[in-house]
Structures are given as structure tokens and as C-alpha cells.
Write a protein of this length. Structure first.
Ligand code: KG4
Ligand code: ZN
Length: 348
């Protein structure tokens, strides 16, 4: 093989046990075991259930990844693992497993930030990242706008959600509409039959004063409440709820704000590449509107395929491989987990 680093990445920050193997900028395998079905009846991820599921899935998932990639563990150059942010117990399972592998194989370990990994994964999809890149991460746990001069050590936060994450808003509104968890894909599907200008839902933090103080921050809890009130009013009046129209109008409010702020950030920071990642990047209307607005602004849009947008191990391996390639020092073997790891800290 070439002198490109061969890195195995482990991701356990939420309910996905992800193991990926990357060779330089090439994805060899991306293996996932998800406990999402065990959480569905609770309408959200139950941390202890997730930790236990990671424990059970870890060894079989590592074995499957190596088998499918035709890689022997001893051939790896490094192990990378998500050290935060995420659910404390879930992170511990991944980091302990990575440490065990690193010790047993005598390989370096890289504890990396989950959010920077969401950015780095696009390298295995669309090639090297232009420096700087603007990145918008939207998932069930995070909504952030990041200026990324170098994904291995310089990630700057321009703004983030002040309350609910974008995906969380999708999940909560889905519940109000009687759609299953996780709600994002169901709203996306229902919205295709609906009218996105049927109801004028609020666009959080977009008025003049808000833009002064929270230029690149997001807020979705007011929108969620507005949808719930609108639905309640209809129900109380004994009228039926037009689910498709509500879904389409709600979705439009979210993606309008996200794309507007992302492109404003590109313009003001003079960046001509926008990357969108995280589970909500799978949303068809977000992709379409982002493309439309990027085209108009002369910005190149990069969105990884949906399986690489949601949590996975390949993204951790991709960032680890960049770290090795750029000659960054490995983490200490005593590296901690950090459930609230700041986005600006790329490596633990
Ligand atoms: O990145 P992810 O798999 O996990 C984390 O939260 O880190 O994102 C999951 C979130 C959920 O809230 C889910 O409803 C949302 O992404 N999601 C979507 C779509 N697919 C997944 N939201 C809107 N439209 C979609 N098509
Ligand atoms: Zn994530």
C-alpha cells in the first residue's frame, strides 16, 4: 500500500455504534450498528440504553469493519475515537474500546471532536477541503455555523443554536403531528405533498436587532411552540389538521433561516465553499434551497451522501487520517471523554 495513513475510527457519542476505516482520503468501510429502534418508544434517546447497546455492538462491529475492508488490525497506523461532545456513558464505551485497541496493538490514538469529524468526512466524499471552508452542522444534538481554516486544528464557532437543535425541532414537531421518531425523515416526506407557504411560521433570530446580537445563532424553540399552538387551535375548533401543509411550512421556516444565515456567513467572511453536515443535511428541501441560494451567490455547496451526514465511524477515521497525514501529535493514552467538548477544541 502507499504511505497514506490507514486509520480506524470509532464513534459512540449518541445511539450509533460506528466503526469506519479510511486509507488517506479513501473510505474503505463504514459499519454501523444503531440502537435507534430501542429508543423509538420513548420518543428520544435514552442514555443508559445507548451505552449498553454500544457495549454489546462494539466488538462485532469492529470485526465486521475489518472483515469487509480486508484489513488486519495490526496493519492500522492509528486509532481515532470521538472523545466528545455527546452522551457521557456512550462516549466512555468508545474511548475505552479505542484505548484497549491502541494498547494491545501498540498504535497511536487520536481523541477527536465529533463536530470536526462531521466536517472532515466530506474529504472522503468530495476530496480535500478548501481552506477555509464554511461548515453548517445540523443534527438532533447540534446546530452550528463554523469557519474552518484547518479541520485538524483550527475550527472557529460563528454561531450555534440557543435552544433546540434543528433536528430536535423536527423530532418535536413530528410528535405534535403524530409522526414517528425520529421525525425528520417523516416531516420531509409529508412536506412533499404540502404547501410550504400555507402557514407563515416565525423565522427565529432574523429581525434587525436579533441579527445585530445573534447574527449567526439559531433559535427553533419559538417555531416549535408556534406550530404546536397552531395545531392545538385547529384541534380545539374541531377541525382536521392539514399535516402536509404544516410539515411543509414548518420545514420551510427552518431551512430558510439555516440557508440565509449560512450564506450571510460565507459573504461576510469571504468564503466560497459551504459544507452542510449532520442528520438534517439529509433533508431534501434543505439541500434544494441551499443549492439554489449557493448558485445565486457563487458559492460551491458540498453535502456528503446522507449515510455520511448522520453519525458514523467513517467521519472519525477521516479526521484521524488527516491528523496523521498532517503530522499532528497523537493524544495521550489517558485522554478523557468530554460530554460538552467545545467545538473549537478539535483534539482531546
Ligand atoms: O446526525 P444525526 O444522525 O444524530 C445526531 O443527532 O447527532 O441526526 C439525527 C437527526 C434527527 O433529529 C432526525 O430527525 C434528523 O437528524 N433527520 C432529518 C432528516 N433525516 C434525519 N431531519 C430533517 N429531514 C430529514 N430528511
Ligand atoms: Zn452528530
Amino acid at each position: 500500500m502507499s504511505d497514506q495513513p490507514l486509520v480506524l475510527g470509532i464513534e459512540t457519542s449518541c445511539d450509533e455504534t460506528g466503526v469506519g476505516i479510511v486509507h488517506g482520503e479513501t473510505l474503505l468501510v463504514d459499519t454501523i450498528a444503531s440502537s435507534v429502534e430501542e429508543h423509538a418508544r420513548f420518543g428520544g434517546v435514552v442514555p443508559e440504553v445507548a451505552s449498553r447497546a454500544h457495549l454489546e455492538a462494539m466488538v462485532p462491529t469492529i470485526e465486521r469493519a475489518c472483515r469487509e475492508a480486508g484489513v488486519a488490525l495490526r496493519d492500522l497506523d492509528a486509532i481515532a475515537v470521538t472523545s466528545g461532545p455527546g452522551l457521557a456513558g456512550a462516549l466512555l464505551v468508545g474511548v475505552a474500546s479505542a484505548k484497549a485497541l491502541a494498547v494491545a496493538l501498540d498504535k497511536p490514538i487520536y481523541g477527536v471532536n465529533h463536530l470536526a469529524s462531521h466536517v472532515a468526512v466530506d474529504i472522503v466524499e468530495h476530496g480535500p477541503l478548501p481552506e477555509p471552508t464554511m461548515a453548517m452542522l445540523v443534527s438532533g444534538g447540534h446546530s452550528s455555523l463554523l469557519l474552518v481554516p484547518d479541520v485538524t486544528h483550527d475550527v472557529r464557532s460563528l454561531g450555534a443554536t440557543m435552544d433546540d437543535a434543528a433536528g430536535e425541532a423536527f423530532d418535536k414537531v413530528a410528535r405534535v403531528l403524530g409522526l414517528p421518531f425520529p421525525g425528520g425523515p417523516h416531516i420531509d416526506r409529508a412536506a412533499r405533498e404540502g404547501n410550504r407557504i400555507a402557514i407563515d411560521f416565525p423565522r427565529g433570530l432574523t429581525t434587525g436587532r436579533d441579527l445585530e446580537r445573534h447574527r449567526f445563532d439559531f433559535s427553533f424553540s419559538g417555531l416549535k411552540t408556534a406550530v404546536a399552538r397552531w395545531v392545538e387551535t385547529r384541534q380545539r375548533a374541531g377541525e382536521s389538521v392539514p399535516v402536509a401543509d404544516v410539515a411543509a411550512s414548518f420545514q420551510e421556516a427552518v431551512v430558510d433561516v439555516l440557508t440565509r444565515k449560512a450564506l450571510l456567513a460565507c459573504k461576510e467572511h469571504d468564503v466560497d465553499h459551504l459544507l452542510i453536515g449532520g442528520g438534517v443535511a439529509a433533508n431534501s428541501r434543505l439541500r434544494a434551497l441551499a443549492q439554489e441560494r449557493c448558485d445565486k451567490a457563487g458559492v460551491t455547496l458540498r453535502v456528503p451522501r446522507p449515510a455520511l451526514c448522520t453519525d458514523n465511524g467513517a467521519m472519525v477515521a477521516a479526521l484521524g487520517a488527516q491528523m496523521v497525514a498532517k503530522g499532528r501529535d497523537p493524544s495521550d493514552l489517558g485522554l478523557p471523554t468530554d460530554s460538552s467538548m467545545p467545538v473549537t477544541l478539535v483534539q482531546a
